[in-house]
Design a binder for this molecule. Structure first.
Ligand code: SF4
Length: 186
């Protein structure tokens, strides 16, 4: 099997695993085609999610934007994964939290299985890392550096563009919400 066929085969198997772990859609992504935007990273400094400077997975602890871009572009291939759900209305905060929690569960179960075959992989999700009830940042090292999940936004990715650029939608219609993650491999 040549290198390209082997990569396609790995991405197909990872996509199948992602769907088994509960994600509602997944497909291959080419890390070399992911653009990094300073404006996306700069939105973190507005601290709307109350995590800026409070979590090892968020800026500034996750590294400079150049470091993040180098890391992403150092991976050969990967997949993008989505959890889409339906809200009762656009202010359905409980619904957003529930679907967000389901997305985190999908990431945990996928990551546990996929990292057995790809120990040098990287997973990026949505929002700060919530593995521990309270993050150790900045006084102690991260408790689980191998499991820690940074957000795609903290790496400067425009999530909707990564989805559509890989061939899957980001918007699934009125009343839906979609959370996204990606898994990159060497
Ligand atoms: S694993 Fe724990 S200590 Fe490490 S970034 Fe996540 S919440 Fe913080």
């Amino acid at each position: 099997m040549d290198q390209q066929a082997a990569t396609e085969n790995s991405c197909a198997k990872l996509t199948e695993l992602a769907l088994k772990c509960g994600f509602t859609n997944a497909c291959a992504v080419d890390p070399s085609k992911i653009s990094i935007y300073r404006e996306v990273r700069d939105a973190c400094t507005e601290d709307k999610c109350n995590s800026y400077g409070k979590n090892w997975a968020c800026p500034p602890a996750c590294g400079t934007l150049d470091d993040c871009a180098d890391r992403i572009h150092g991976y050969k291939s990967g997949i993008i994964m989505q959890t889409t759900g339906v809200l009762s209305d656009e202010f359905d905060w409980n619904g957003m939290c529930k679907i967000g929690s389901e997305h985190s569960e999908h990431i945990t179960s996928f990551s546990r299985a996929a990292r057995l075959d790809y120990p040098y992989s990287m997973i990026l999700g949505a929002g700060a890392c919530h593995i521990c009830e309270t993050c150790t940042y900045p006084f102690m090292p991260c408790r689980f550096p191998q499991k820690m999940t940074c957000s795609m936004e903290s790496y400067g990715m425009l999530v909707s563009e990564v989805c559509t650029g890989s061939g899957i939608p980001y918007h699934y219609g009125k009343g839906t919400i979609t959370y996204v993650a990606c898994f990159l491999i060497v």
